[in-house]
Design a protein around this ligand. Structure first.
Ligand code: FB9
Length: 496
């Protein structure tokens, strides 16, 4: 069996002091890359050879040069296309694709002339025969037999008939550990080798410190969780404390009534809300607070005329899947107002799931994560809300905001928030916000001189934008491609 290419190279080097890998490729009739691969394998076995990098400039025919080598030079083609009686120049230009260049070259060679004694003037042959030296030279170059003057080579390069190719290769010479065979390289040092002393006579494969380590088997965070961490970090940097949102099931009282949302509001309809069959009702509410809520809905108070309807506890007792995390904000504000130490300013945030019985589409499911920020302090104004929003979105890499008046049952004034998204290069809606109404705060016992500003957005929309996901089902649900999770890059909301 004829030896491995590696040993054939070593045997060739045994009887030659040095050799260029390009010449080896020619000698063995193999592609140069095969020689280089065998060289790498030899080098992995120790210092058997020394490989000095070198580069060789060779001249090769371009595609146009190959065409001229076959068809003849452009000037020779033009000469051949001129009939005995001559031809009008315009007609001659139609006879070949490079007739214009050929005509000019043939005139400068003295092969043709223009007879102006006739009308129209005719192009005629000036000599009986020609020697197409360009074609002959290109054939010689292609056969590796040409020895052309530099000015001729320069002219052919200028005419794009030739191109200069630089080919990198190696000059091989014998190394300190030269041998004509490759000894087996051990890859593992075993206990037996150490105990017997055998290791002293063995050759070990050198460590390849450039090799990439095997990717450790590990878990991967879902893009939503990466974005949630970014949002959480932003809130924490801004001094907000996270609210306890570990209750998907909520009573209608905290989800709607405490937020001054009337019991006949369409959002409280089963078409928009998931009500719970079991346990269908909650019964434990702060009774004094519940009475104040009932009063403010039905008869008003605190300067409000209320809604003037017959408020029913049975509606407030209905359990549901919370439709917003503002229900948690309501619980937290009630607790803040009734803290044993009395009211103290606070900044809260929440990021958790909410559920809405909505029409599903490419960007909406029946559940999403709401991100909410709440600030309670003496004398807060809409300006404080706007300033807080600018700071919050600045940390997300967004600096251009616009606000549009809106309506929420629990905030007045309310504003939709829009931003110019640099990544999308367009204005997009990024959330909603407002100042909680007195009809919400005062029944809780929040002091009259305290205002509460709040805003909300989703987690899914920024995540889909950040990770270039167009359909929400490619991000959440049973059809998610886990490679998307594994390969998702780290998330920096303020960087592209
Ligand atoms: O998230 C939304 N858009 C958004 C947010 C961020 C973003 O990228 C970041 C800048 C880097 C890109 C887009 N929206 C709110 C706007 C729209 O996507 C909207 O179509 C969908 N909205 C959800 C509700 O849909 C039924 C997003 C969700 C939303 C809307 C309002 C609130 C919370 C979530 C709120 C509130 C609120 C208001 C006042 C007081 C307390 C809470």
């Amino acid at each position: 069996m004829h030896p491995e290419l590696t040993e054939r190279i070593l045997q060739y080097l045994e009887s030659n002091d040095s050799v260029d890998t390009l010449d080896l490729a020619t000698h063995f009739g193999l592609d140069h890359q095969k020689i280089i691969g065998a060289l790498k394998s030899i080098q992995a076995h120790g210092d058997l050879v020394v490989a000095e990098p070198t580069a060789r400039k060779t001249i090769e025919l371009t595609d146009e040069g190959k065409s001229v080598k076959e068809q003849g030079s452009h000037e020779a083609v033009v000469y051949a296309n001129i009939p005995e009686q001559g031809i009008a120049q315009a007609s001659l230009m139609q006879t070949s694709p490079n007739a214009k260049v050929g005509f000019s070259k043939a005139m400068s060679q003295g092969w043709i002339l223009v007879d102006k004694s006739v009308n129209p003037p005719l192009v005629k042959r000036k000599v009986d025969k020609i020697v197409d030296s360009v074609k002959e030279n290109l054939i010689a170059i292609a056969d590796g037999k040409a020895d052309l003057a530099a000015n001729v080579l320069a002219d052919y390069k200028k005419r794009k008939l030739l191109q200069e190719i630089t080919t990198k290769s190696f000059i091989l010479t014998k190394g300190l550990e030269f041998a004509t065979t490759l000894t087996k390289l051990e890859t593992d040092l075993t206990v037996d080798m150490l105990a017997s002393g055998l290791w002293k006579d063995l050759n070990f494969k050198a460590y390849n410190f450039d090799a990439l380590g095997a990717a450790p088997v590990r878990g991967h965070l879902h893009p939503l969780l990466k974005v949630r961490t970014e949002f959480r970090q932003i809130f924490l940097e801004m001094g907000f404390a996270e609210m306890p949102t570990n209750n998907y099931v909520e009573s209608s009282f905290w989800n709607f009534d405490a937020l001054f949302q009337p019991q006949q509001h369409p959002a409280r309809d089963a078409h928009d809300t998931f009500f719970i069959n079991y346990p269908s009702k909650s019964y434990k509410f702060p009774q004094d607070y519940l009475q104040r809520v009932k009063e403010v809905h039905s008869h008003g108070g605190y300067g409000s005329q209320g809604y003037g309807y017959d408020w029913k506890i049975e509606e407030a007792q209905k359990n549901l899947l919370r439709t917003h995390t503002t229900a948690v904000s309501a619980r937290m504000l009630y607790k803040l107002a009734n803290s044993p130490e009395g009211f103290r300013p606070a900044k809260y945030f929440s990021i958790d799931k909410v559920f809405r019985n909505e029409t599903l589409d490419a960007t909406h499911l029946a559940e999403f994560h709401q991100v909410e920020g709440v600030v309670a302090d003496v004398g807060l104004t809409l300006g404080d809300l706007i300033g807080t929003l600018y700071e919050f979105f600045r940390k997300l890499g967004i600096t251009q905001l616009e606000f549009k008046p809106a309506y929420n049952p629990y905030t007045e004034p309310s504003m939709e928030i829009f931003c110019f998204h640099p990544g999308l290069s367009k204005w997009i809606e990024v959330g909603n916000s407002g100042v909680f109404r007195p009809e919400l705060l005062l029944p809780m016992g929040i002091p009259e001189n305290v205002n509460v500003i709040a805003w909300g957005l989703s987690l899914e929309r920024p995540t889909m934008i950040k990770y270039g996901i167009n359909n929400i089902r490619d991000m959440v649900g049973p059809k998610v491609d886990l490679k998307m999770v594994e390969e998702g890059p780290i998330c920096r909301m303020d960087h592209a």
